[in-house]
Design a binder for this molecule. Structure first.
Ligand code: ADP
Length: 587
């Protein structure tokens, strides 16, 4: 911008100098004209004055006329010459007339002899100088007798003119100085606001769109700065909108549970989200522009990408990948259309449906298990009913035995259906958030559970020993916790030998938990079964469980109840030594 200042300054100064120069040249031209006119008038007056004197003394001798010329010349300061009609010089104030040639051809003489006033600026042959001549006719008795001429050296005129010109130039110098200062100030007035605008625009380009340019200067420049400010405000607004939209897109992209991968048409990764990184085990920030084959080493995923890029249309597939554990993915793929540099790339979305598939399998297994569990007692009932109809009903002893078997299987069916209904209710209530928890004392709940199992315990001579502080409280649903404890106690009684003790305890654990546990000293459970004990219909010894009236659902129900309390269920058991089933409830 400093350059602009000097350029403007120089231009203004040049303009001022040119104007001044032209004015000076014009002035000097007119001045010269004026001087010549003045000199001409002066010479004419002198010539006329001399003429009036000579006309009265035409009778004088040549020597006297020469004397007169010399006198006038001395008086007037100009060269005086007298020429007769033939062109012969009679007298001259500067040179002897005898040495002078005929002047008839001189332009001023010719004009004067013709009765006019002759004027001429030319070099004199006689004195070899540039002279301004004015000649007037001298008359005698009405006719032209000769010419009286007055002349001034042009050099004198030039000298006067030169001195005047140098004075004019001297006078122009302060004007030029003033013009220089004015040029500088004027250039500054334009360049400074432009400089401020340039700084402002530079700040805009660096991202400070809130900055505003304030300049004082000519209207065009202030309106330029206002336009720049308006442009910055609009850019700021648009950037904010874009940032917001981008932020929204980014957060959507980041929060998606589905793994999203965007590649170019050559299969190089352009973008992906955190879920993709988590699923395939890479850092999303470190893999951009790398070939997808290097990042995801699963043939199925690579083939899916290839198919998507080849097919063009949307693709959907279920693919299984092993990333430490087996995962089932629902993959969607389509081609990107829009931005030129991304045209032809692919968008892949992977939805982890492993859990869904597991649930599906579980549901299928459950249906098969339920059918199987129900089929066994129904087949037995059906078989014995047929036997009775085939005649056994007429054998009282057999009939009573068969009826007892039928009744036992009906009880079993009833127990299974009861447990299934309890499970279904629990799941439904859990899903609908209908399981209400409240601060309640634990001891009464445990007492009720023990009371429910008293008969079964007494039948086997088993004592249930309860240990719990009266003040111990937890956030529970009393009925459900009672049911879970009853299931534990029933198992403990079922799988303990007669006369053993069963310990029912509740206490506050150090880590802000209430632990309710049921310990028996019965047959115990092998370690390999621990993980699956809480699955529906899972039994360690099916025959024994069935014989003891078990449905295989007691522990599954207990697990659901504990989950509804946000707690955990734990089993510790050693084969042949007994088991401890515990419920840990957070406080
Ligand atoms: P069940 O009705 O068969 O008892 P559960 O779901 O209550 O069904 O228990 C599942 C299986 O866990 C039982 O069949 C049994 O083999 C084993 N089990 C549960 N509790 C005990 C225990 N206290 N001692 C030994 N085995 C047990």
């Amino acid at each position: 911008m400093k350059k602009l200042l000097w350029k403007l300054c120089f231009s203004y100064l040049l303009l001022a100098t040119l104007t001044l120069g032209i004015s000076l040249i014009t002035a000097s031209f007119f001045l010269k004209q004026f001087y010549l006119d003045q000199a001409r008038h002066q010479l004419e007056a002198q010539a006329r004055l001399f003429r009036s004197s000579i006309e009265k003394n035409l009778a004088l001798s040549t020597a006297d006329i020469n004397l007169l010329c010399a006198e006038f010349s001395a008086e007037l300061g100009s060269r005086i010459t007298v020429i007769v009609a033939t062109g012969h010089v009679v007298a001259d104030s500067e040179k002897s007339s005898a040495e002078m040639d005929n002047h008839a051809d001189r332009p001023e003489i010719r004009a004067a002899l013709a009765g006019e006033i002759g004027v001429s600026l030319r070099r004199s042959h006689s004195v070899d100088k540039e002279l301004l001549y004015v000649a007037v006719p001298v008359r005698k008795n009405g006719t032209v007798w000769g010419v009286a001429r007055a002349a001034l050296p042009a050099k004198l005129l030039d000298e006067q003119l030169a001195s005047l010109r140098s004075r004019l130039l001297l006078a122009a110098l302060p004007a030029l100085l003033l013009a220089a200062v004015a040029s500088f100030l004027l250039a500054l007035r334009i360049s400074r606001p432009l400089e401020e605008i340039e700084q402002g625009v530079l700040r805009f380009t660096q991202g400070s769109l809130h900055h505003r340019i304030h300049v004082v200067g000519p209207l065009e420049i202030t309106s330029l700065s206002e336009s720049c400010n308006r442009m910055a405000a609009q850019l700021d607004e648009q950037t904010a909108v874009l940032k917001k939209q981008l932020g929204l897109l980014e957060s959507t992209f980041r929060s998606m549970a589905e793994a999203v991968i965007v590649t170019d048409r050559d299969g190089r990764l352009l973008r992906c989200n955190q879920a993709a990184g988590r699923l395939f085990g890479f850092d999303p920030a470190a893999v951009t522009q790398r070939d997808i084959q290097e990042i995801i080493r699963h043939a199925d995923v690579q083939q899916f990408l290839e198919r998507t890029l080849k097919n063009g249309g949307p693709t959907e597939e279920v693919i299984a990948v092993n990333i430490g554990i087996e995962k089932i993915l629902n993959a969607h793929g389509c081609l990107l259309r829009g931005e030129i540099d991304q045209d032809g790339g692919a968008l892949l979305v992977f939805h982890d449906i492993t859990r869904l598939k597991q649930l599906e399998t579980m549901r299928r297994d459950f249906a098969a298990n339920v059918s199987h569990e129900l089929k066994t007692p129904i087949t037995a009932i059906n078989g014995f009913v047929e036997t009775l109809r085939d005649g056994a009903m007429h054998e009282p002893e057999d009939a009573a035995r068969f009826l007892e078997i039928i009744a036992r299987n009906v009880r079993r069916l009833h127990a299974i259906i009861e447990d299934l209904l309890a499970l279904a209710r629990l799941e439904q209530d859990e899903e609908q958030g209908q399981i209400s928890l409240s601060w309640k004392a634990i001891k009464p709940v445990l007492e009720n559970a023990a009371a429910v199992c008293t008969q079964a315990a007494e039948e086997k001579g088993i004592s249930v020993e309860l240990t719990c502080q009266d003040a111990l409280k937890a956030q529970i649903n009393s009925a459900l916790i009672e049911q879970a404890v009853v299931n534990f106690l029933n198992n403990a009684i079922k799988y303990s030998s007669a006369g053993n003790a069963v310990m029912l305890r509740a206490e506050k654990a150090a880590s802000d938990e209430v632990v309710i546990s049921v310990q028996d000293f019965g047959c115990g459970i092998g370690r390999e079964h621990h993980a699956r004990l809480f699955e529906r219909f899972y039994r360690v010894d099916k025959a024994r469980s069935c014989k003891l009236g078990g449905t295989g659902l007691g522990l599954a129900i207990a697990k659901h109840i504990v989950q509804a309390h946000h707690g955990t269920i734990v089993v510790e058991s050693t084969l042949g030594r007994g088991s401890v089933f515990s419920i840990r409830l957070p406080l």
